[in-house]
Design a protein around this ligand. Structure first.
Ligand code: 5AD
Ligand code: SF4
Length: 439
């Protein structure tokens, strides 16, 4: 049997696309291997949001030249967001001549044919500039999905992004927003429930924009309400939410719908209104803080996570201090922190006041230190509390599960508890995980 090695970088959209790729390859008779040296097909599903992961792809793929020399039948492929950018595609074609197979984010379903062409000795390269779809549909609808987990699953609700934050490449590589039909989403979820899934994460670059592009308009909150009614579903999560589009109806849905978990990922990006304006985020520091107050007012136990960029062009010490004070005041449960990375083709790259690398680094260390101390404090507060845990599997340390607020919990217990919802008392807390005892 031929073997494939699939490496996935970036966000959950890519994780889910890789489940589709895996489904396709398994249906073609391939088996999966995690040993790159044994693969007949090496495929990298890439991310282009920042420069670092891109550099890694060049490093890895360059080193695979050796494998190709040993085994000329080996196919090496790159797909996803990187080749979706014209200049990056040209660079791949030139600098990585041993890559045989390239496709993008809009034509994953073309993989079987492209792979066959690569196997016949052709350099199979195909990128579509835009997704081709009928209203409410997507090519992924009719493809097999090999899911990575038996209890929790991703379901796409909206593809693409049309926000054009000035630093972000996503709108250029994932296309404009298009929502899936609610019937399709419900059907997916119902099938997953039947297959024993307990938790669904609804995916979109901006789930709050869900339904605006459908001729039968529907809000994301209304979609949540319909899914909440489905018999047998325990937990619904969703990401990502854009603060600007977070309406009162969604704030209420978070607090009132039983299956919707008390966790919200709400990227703030900066604590300075001046920088937020330059980022084209469409809200101010004060708006964000008021939004958080309203969300916590209705759902006090909610876990709030965020994304923050430091070193955006023109960010002064004062702007950065505003980010630190926002983090201090908001008390996020955790934050993904990023050094601004100029992306070719985005407006922010052309701004004159780019920040030197040393300053960016200094700032991110300071920010991480502050957030870590807040995260640790928040975890400590859970000591002695009782939490509902979905037991998801096991690790070296026994069973592992998650709270409704998405915190990782280790506990002891028999393996047949996997898949059950249990009340657990929290007995230990560290910055990143908890330990508990079944009540
Ligand atoms: N540089 C640094 N971070 C970025 N992000 C998006 N684009 C960039 C960039 N050019 C971050 C944002 C976003 C997360 C997914 O990645 O914080 O929310
Ligand atoms: Fe990028 Fe902004 Fe869209 Fe998020 S909302 S994917 S940061 S353009």
């Amino acid at each position: 049997m031929k073997q494939f090695y699939l490496n996935t970088m970036g966000c959950q959209m890519n994780d889910h696309d890789s489940e589709v790729i895996r489904g396709l390859l398994l249906s073609l008779g391939y088996g999966e291997t995690d040993r790159v040296g044994q693969a007949d097909l090496i495929l990298y599903n890439t991310c282009c949001v920042r420069a670092n992961p891109e550099r890694k792809v060049y490093g890895h793929i360059t080193s695979y030249r050796r494998l190709k020399e040993k085994n000329p039948q080996l196919i090496i492929g790159i797909c996803g967001c990187m080749p979706q950018q014209k200049q990056e595609l040209a660079k791949i074609l030139e600098q990585l001549p041993h890559v045989d197979l390239i496709f993008g984010t809009h034509n994953i379903h073309r993989l079987p044919e492209l792979l066959e062409r690569a196997q016949n000795g052709e350099r199979a390269v195909e990128i579509w500039d835009e997704a081709q779809y009928d209203e409410g549909q997507d090519f992924r609808d009719s493809l097999p999905i090999a899911r990575g987990h038996g209890l929790k699953a991703f379901v796409n609700v909206i593809y693409g992004c049309t926000n054009f934050c000035t630093y972000c490449i996503v709108p250029y590589v994932r296309g404009r927003e298009h929502s899936r039909l609610p019937e399709k989403i419900k059907e997916d979820v119902q099938n997953l429930i039947q297959d024993g899934y307990k938790e669904i994460t609804l995916l979109g670059q901006n789930v709050n924009a869900y339904g605006k592009d459908l001729s039968n308009k529907m809000s994301f909150a209304a979609l949540l309400k319909e899914l909440d009614r489905l018999e047998g579903l325990e937990r619904i999560r969703f990401m990502t939410s854009h603060p600007r589009d977070m309406g009162q109806d969604l704030i209420e849905a978070l607090s009132t719908l039983d299956t919707v978990c008390e966790h919200l990922h709400l990227p703030v990006q900066s604590g300075s209104s001046r920088i937020l304006r330059r980022m084209n985020r469409g809200y101010s520091r004060e708006y964000y803080q008021d939004l958080v107050r309203r969300i916590r007012g209705m759902t006090p136990e909610i876990s709030l996570t965020t994304d923050i960029i430091v070193g955006f062009p023109g960010e002064t010490e004062e702007d950065f201090a505003a980010t630190l004070s926002l983090v201090e005041e908001t008390q996020f449960d955790s934050a993904f922190t990023f050094i601004y990375s100029p992306r070719e083709g985005t407006p922010a790259t052309r701004l004159p006041e780019q920040i030197p690398e040393e300053i960016k680094k200094k700032r991110i260390y300071k920010l991480i230190e502050l957030q870590n101390s807040i995260s640790a404090k928040k975890m400590q507060k859970l000591l002695g509390t009782q939490q509902e845990i979905l037991i998801e599997g096991r690790s070296r340390e026994g069973l592992v599960g998650r709270t409704r607020t998405n915190r990782l919990v280790h506990l002891d217990g028999p393996l047949d508890l996997v898949g059950s919802l249990l009340k657990v008392e929290i007995t230990e807390a560290s910055t990143w995980s908890l330990r508990g005892r079944i009540c």
